[in-house]
Design a protein around this ligand. Sequence first.
Ligand SMILES: Cc1cc2nc3c(=O)[nH]c(=O)nc-3n(C[C@H](O)[C@H](O)[C@H](O)COP(=O)(O)OP(=O)(O)OC[C@H]3O[C@@H](n4cnc5c(N)ncnc54)[C@H](O)[C@@H]3O)c2cc1C
Length: 532
Amino acid sequence: MAHRANDVIDSGGVLIVGAGLAGLFAALKMKGPVTVLAAASLGSGASSTWAQGGIAAALGPDDSPELHARDTEAAGAGTVDPKTARLITSEAAARIDDLARLGVPFDRDANGGFVLGREAAHARNRIVRVTGDRAGAAIMAALIKAAHTESRIKVLEGLIAYELAIEGGQVVGVYAHPLADKTSPVLIRANATIFALGGVGGLFEVTTNPPQARGQGVGMAARAGAIIADPEFVQFHPTAIALGRDPAPLATEALRGEGAILVNDRGERFMTAVHEDAELAPRDVVARGIFRELRAGRKAFLDARAAIGARFPQAFPTVFAYCKSADIDPRTELIPVAPAAHYHMGGIAVDERARTSLKGLWAIGECASTGAHGANRLASNSLLEAVVFGARAADDVANTVGLGVPAQSLAPTANENQPIALAVASLRRTMTQDVGLERSKAGLSAALSAIAKLEGANAGDPDMRNMAATAMLIAGAALARKESRGGHFRSDCPTADPALAKRTFTTLAEVRAAAAHAVCDSRATASLQVAQ
Ligand SMILES: Cc1cc2nc3c(=O)[nH]c(=O)nc-3n(C[C@H](O)[C@H](O)[C@H](O)COP(=O)(O)OP(=O)(O)OC[C@H]3O[C@@H](n4cnc5c(N)ncnc54)[C@H](O)[C@@H]3O)c2cc1C
């Protein structure tokens, strides 16, 4: 589809920006016309398609939503909103039924019941899967097929949203540009706009996320004045497969759930000395355990030979294919692993109806922060949160338009086709080095300074403005949180402070003001003061 400069497209009422699980599920739950905008063709460019483990739901006879909520709270390290945890766990069964009705071929036992797998920090078997490790691809394939059969769902592919359109303090859609042409903006108008733009992993040099996951949703909303929650909490997956690829392929946690162990290049099982649950300790603990092995100059490997062995190709076909593509046979060989930026617990602050603080804007999926994950997400709770809040947003927009506080007006700024590849690479390096698994005051201050300079030098680029805003929120909130909790570890404040066991709610303006005090570089300070 070709767009002329300043084209205006009418969404027909509701616009969903992002076509991963959250966006597509919300579209399917609606009754009326809806337009779905996606940066890439449906199914690609979405973390949802890459999900391997599955969806957490308390469906076993020995399980309950309350037990699931308690595990969610324990993993979240003291900052999970208890109400939201119970909300997602109690609505899980109904949403799994919805997905099954939409055609998702979940693994079933001989009696037609769900096969329930186990993952780290879950006290019960409660992961609903598809063909072992193919949950994401199978769920997305079913949803895409269902969406194509509904003529009320209009899909716009290959458009990058870069700015909220705001009139009279109300969000009225987004400005977007075609993938390869930043000079031809198009306005997509809507009465209700739902952001489903995914995560931030691509802001880091080593990530499991697709390149489209670069915090565009958080950045756009924050630049328009939205309240952002918990931006400092980023989860690093312990076992990305270390093949030097970008993004790094994932070796699902379910491998460790089935008994695979972690060893270093001396053959030592190092996690037993780190935590009583060894390889099944919380993700942040395992990720730091591996990080420290690597920092000490050793290598880390996943050893699935005894636990999985010959079953590997059938039990974990996706991971098997990744390994084989690098000439590694995981039935008989070790899999090299390294931690990678994986999931953002923070995001655009929303209430239990998925409403943001801006009039006319809802947010769902990974770009939103509902309070369900606290400082550390429990494995397989994110797909669950995406469908629970996708359904809730669909219900709410059906009856509501125009709540929340007025948004700040932003003029659709001129687009320039700038070669920003080097700036993006520099931003990603900074984020991994100084805003990654181990953070400190000195590193975070240096990162804020570097981000501000990159932002100033690339102010004409619409995508870079959003990436820089999100990076600044993550680094600024990490600097402000002077303790270690969940995914956020400060080497200069390595313990948790009970007085700080609460969520962060902030705005870009607040983070910029605090950052201006923290950085001493005059060029960076100037950029922090003028940028929007
Ligand atoms: C490798 C991997 C494995 C995972 N495994 C699991 C698992 O087993 N269980 C689990 O619960 N979670 C898992 N997760 C996390 C989970 O997949 C994500 O949190 C979830 O899929 C997010 O869904 P979403 O719809 O919010 O975002 P996504 O699925 O990422 O979709 C975002 C959409 O927004 C679009 N987009 C982005 N920027 C723009 C823009 N500027 N303009 C227009 N469109 C844009 C993208 O193209 C995409 O269509 C995994 C994540 C990864 C990366």
